[in-house]
Design a protein. Sequence first.
Length: 402
Amino acid sequence: MFDIERVSDLERKYVDEVLNGQFSSSNTYKMVTRLEKEFAKKFGAKHAVAMVNGTATLHMALEAAGVKAGDEVICPPLTMSSTAIAILHANAVPVFADVDRNSFLITAENIKKVITKKTKAIITVALYGLAPQMREINELAKQNELVVIEDNAECFGAYQDGQLVGSFGHMASYSFQSSKHLTAGEGGIIITDSDDYADKLRRYSGLGYAGISGNKGRITKDDIQSPDYDRHVILGWNYRMADLCAAVALGQLERMDELVDVRKNVAKMYSDIVSDCAWMHPQKVKEGNEHSYWTYVVSLDIEKVDWHEFRDKYIEFGGDGIYAAWKLSYQEPMFRTKAFLNREDLGIYDAYDFCNVKCENAEFLQPRLLQFKTNYYHEQDAVEQMKILKHTIEYFDKEVNA
Ligand SMILES: Cc1ncc(COP(=O)(O)O)c(C=O)c1O
């Protein structure tokens, strides 16, 4: 039986600590540093750098990887579009590799098909909380000297072959946006074992300051108070996380196991109900993988049951709402029209017609996916939703079998 609060007294305690510090300069960045240290420890990484969100972390990962204007970066089209948008932020070209029809995930086989001389990096996405086959992707990346960035915004506490997801790529990025396993309303963090990447991630996300590094988020008082101090040694963004945000994220991190377990438990309930349904196909979990179930997602046979009708009936019966998959990134108007805030005039994108990209599996899946919520922190609420889902399935079963 689970029955927990999503935000507990622990987060409140850490927020109070920050507020009691009166935002004095000696306290600034203390909570962020604590979060970074604990996050790195929990994920077995050498470094963690906290930022404003999980789009900024991806952008900074690409800058740290040395991605230059016009370089190509491979990513899946079936993802929240921040993955591809971060590539545009780095003035690079998103090149879309198709996903697998059963797992909904990017594959090494499909990545291989779109590698060119211009490819510099791959952003893998652990979609809905399940990681793609990282060993195969890493092997391919090694052969082609590509940097692998794990976009784990939706994936906390998943494993592959006994190894924690987040420890496969050169860097792994996380989001604390409000829908995620751990949240601070907004926020992001990125981990790496590389000192070089960590220094760059810190400096590029910290306005290019001298005197900061992977392990050091703040400039010393002596430095900053001197009139001779050269602050900015390279172009940087101001993507630093705030201490208040870090306070909430730290509390959530310390409660990570219970917060993730709730979603896994709810997913198990969905699985028990959906397993007998002939016209719903859950995201396939390959052997050796443990899913962290940010959401529970099935592909619907829309030839048998209409997507909108299913959702409407589910809500009519008292269901909590179902999310669709996002439009594929390259189908979004921004890509189709290249509305890239004048970057489209730089010549970088002339050779790319995003209207002509074709990822067949992703296009097949996108209109079919039903995303069920797993964030029920009180078991009774989840049990109630399961009854409604069961009832909805029985209703459509009658129609399908009529
Ligand atoms: C796969 C994926 N990547 C990146 C992001 C971006 O994270 P954020 O909203 O923190 O910028 C999200 C979610 O919001 C996401 O789901």
